[in-house]
Ligand binder design. Structure first.
Ligand code: GTP
Ligand code: MG
Length: 600
């Protein structure tokens, strides 16, 4: 293999109905372009002679993978060959299930595809389905080979009929094929030179058409994206710097660049790149695993995606439409929760709607309640929390996801479209607030370390006269006596002061009340305080606003009494006949368990 060093690489997958000639075409192409290991062709021919069976070019592929005995290709065989321009990695996809499984889980990658149709047998169900799957997998460059032309006497009409019918189908599913080529794998027709047998065809040979595929833009030229893998703390005394670590999936990042983390929208400038055991550098590029520090200490969590402020921003939403491929024994169902893993984040997701199901036998058939094993479907997911994602293949780490159960993969999918969720405008406001937030020299972490606590908001709620206020003030006193930074704020204190301009009898003002209370609480959180608030029967909607504005992890809801409002997500329930002292102990224990209180 000469001259490969500087050559561009491209992964191409061959798909098509069983026996339509994928392996034969690949084998013949390898043979005709002298790409086989020395002696391989003779060895396989000799083998066939000894076994008294006719030689097949397809055996070459299997011989390269040692699967000859099975006489069908059982796993995605990868073969390599060079054209003048490129180094190709060819995936001979055996069955579509294995192939999609590998594609959606990221085990295989292909930039372009060759779909093989038998001229004699014509378009089959799988020809259509594979076309659809390629589209779903985001492979837009598709070349169609009409193979076994020798079996139809190189009949132009037959070729053109297949071309017309299949183009119509592909266009219907939004795919524009790059080209059609009449070939014979067996006879080596139009693979690496045009043949007189198809004198009516003047287009590219297979080899030329492969070289005609366009290479994806290198990820370096795309916007910078780095899913945060970990946050490390320097261990030496007095050094409170945090290193944000992860693998750059695209683009470049320089010292001094302003980075923004999504979904939180927090931002700061890159101060240094930190490297262990190698030379320091001032720029990180795609595929590198890096760690960097920021000008200001931010509270960033694993799973957020670092982006550059001066580049196009990613999608952030709690809803998206996706193609999913289901592998689980039990069908995937509407309104059931699943864990999705995308990049370095995990999120609980519900299927809100199943738009259509393409079952294993019939394309286009649909049912709308469940997705059976090996089905492909288009669904809308609603997530518990917003996540950051992209729609393009070039950011596949954050545009593809797998569906997990106990770390077992149950399926996978690709995000097709971001769907607007109800929090969009609230998130916009938060992003703006964060971008304008004026920081001081004393960081949140400085405060947390000094005060031996993380800030948090404890909301004590429940039915009327359940003793919430008394409990809140006892909790405040107890924490205060233990040296904690704590403040009890009754909602009433805000309604008649900060919110005095909002008429209380106008229910339209309620959203604004909650927004202001949340922003006020956010300031308390930034100052490192434990804030105790009481409220009568806050709704889950109110809590959602609070959680979105100040961060899910910060909010702890304590419900006093039974009869918990049924959709409410709470952290602790306390009986209303519980002795207050015991309730205080329980709340303190919860804070300790959640890591809000140190050294208790
Ligand atoms: P699977 O891997 O099992 O899905 O099949 P495949 O698509 O790789 O087909 P394969 O290359 O194994 O070919 C299937 C049969 O078709 C073999 O017997 C080949 O000899 C025959 N075949 C393939 N291409 C041609 C061709 O151009 N002309 C003729 N006459 N036969 C062909
Ligand atoms: Mg094969």
């Amino acid at each position: 293999m000469d001259g490969t060093l500087k050559q561009e690489k491209m992964d191409i997958v061959f798909v098509g109905h069983v026996d339509h000639g994928k392996s034969t075409v690949i084998g013949r192409l390898l043979a005709d372009t002298n790409s086989l290991p020395k002696g391989k062709l003779d060895q396989v021919k000799l083998n066939c002679e000894q076994n008294n069976e006719p030689f097949e070019y397809a055996y070459l592929i299997d011989a390269l993978k040692d699967e000859r005995a099975q006489s069908i290709t059982i796993d995605s065989a990868r073969v390599f060959f060079n054209s003048k321009n490129r180094h190709y990695i060819i995936i001979d996809a055996p069955g579509h299930i294995e192939f999609i499984k590998n594609m959606v889980t990221g085990a295989a990658r292909a930039e372009a595809a060759v779909l093989v149709i038998d001229a004699h047998e014509g378009i089959q169900e799988n020809s259509r389905r594979h076309g659809y799957l390629l589209g779903m997998l985001g492979i837009k460059q598709i070349l169609v080979l009409v193979n076994k032309m020798d079996l139809v006497d190189y009949d132009q009409k037959i070729y053109e009929n297949i071309q017309r019918e299949f183009t119509e189908y592909l266009n219907e599913i939004n795919i524009q094929p790059k080209a059609f080529i009449p070939v014979s794998g067996k006879e080596g027709i139009n693979l690496n030179h045009l043949s007189d047998k198809t004198h009516w065809y003047q287009g590219n040979t297979l080899l030329e058409a492969l070289d005609d595929f366009e290479k994806d833009k290198p990820n370096l030229e795309k916007s910078f994206r780095m899913p945060v893998q970990d946050i490390y703390k320097f261990t030496s005394y007095g050094d409170d710097r945090r290193i944000i670590a992860g693998t750059v999936i695209s683009g470049k990042l320089n010292v001094g660049d302003e980075v923004i983390f999504y979904p939180s929208g927090k931002r700061s400038k890159v101060k240094t790149f930190e490297v262990f055991g190698s030379e320091s550098y001032s720029q990180a590029i795609s595929n590198q695993t890096v760690g960097f520090t920021l000008d200001e200490q931010l509270y960033i969590r694993r799973g957020e995606v670092a982006c550059r402020v001066d580049e196009p921003q990613p999608y952030v939403s709690k809803k998206f439409r996706a193609s999913v491929f289901w592998l689980g024994k039990n069908p995937m169902r509407l309104n059931q929760s699943y864990t999705l893993k995308l990049g370095t984040t995990r999120v609980i997701a519900n299927i809100e709607e199943i738009h259509r199901v393409i079952d294993a036998d019939k394309l286009g058939s649909s049912e709308h309640q469940k997705i059976n094993k090996h089905d492909v479907a288009e669904v809308t997911f609603e997530l518990q929390n917003p996540i950051t994602f992209e729609l393009s293949e070039s950011h596949s780490d954050i545009s593809r996801f797998v569906i997990l159960d106990d770390s077992q993969i149950w399926g996978g999918g690709i995000i097709l479209e971001s769907v607007q969720d109800e929090d969009e405008s609230m998130r916009e406001e938060i992003f703006t607030r964060n971008s304008r937030w004026i920081r001081s020299h004393v960081s949140y972490n400085d405060r947390a370390e000094r005060n031996n606590q993380h800030s948090s908001l404890i909301i004590i709620t429940g039915k009327q006269s359940s003793g919430r206020k008394k409990l809140a003030s006892m909790l405040e006193t107890q924490l205060f006596l233990e040296g904690k930074l704590v403040y009890y704020l009754g909602v009433g204190s805000v309604l008649y002061g900060l919110n005095a301009d909002l008429k209380r009898d106008n229910s339209n003002n309620w959203n604004e009340h909650i927004r202001r209370i949340s922003e006020l609480a956010y300031i308390f959180m930034d100052s490192g305080m434990i804030l105790v608030m009481t409220a009568v029967e806050l709704t889950e909607d109110d809590l959602h606003v609070l959680r979105t504005i100040i961060g899910h992890k910060k909010v702890k809801v304590v419900w006093v009494g039974d009869d918990i409002a049924n959709d409410m997500i709470i952290d602790l329930q306390i009986d209303d006949d519980e002795v207050f002292e015991n309730s205080v102990i329980k709340i303190k224990q919860m804070l300790k368990d959640r890591g809000s209180l140190f050294n208790l």
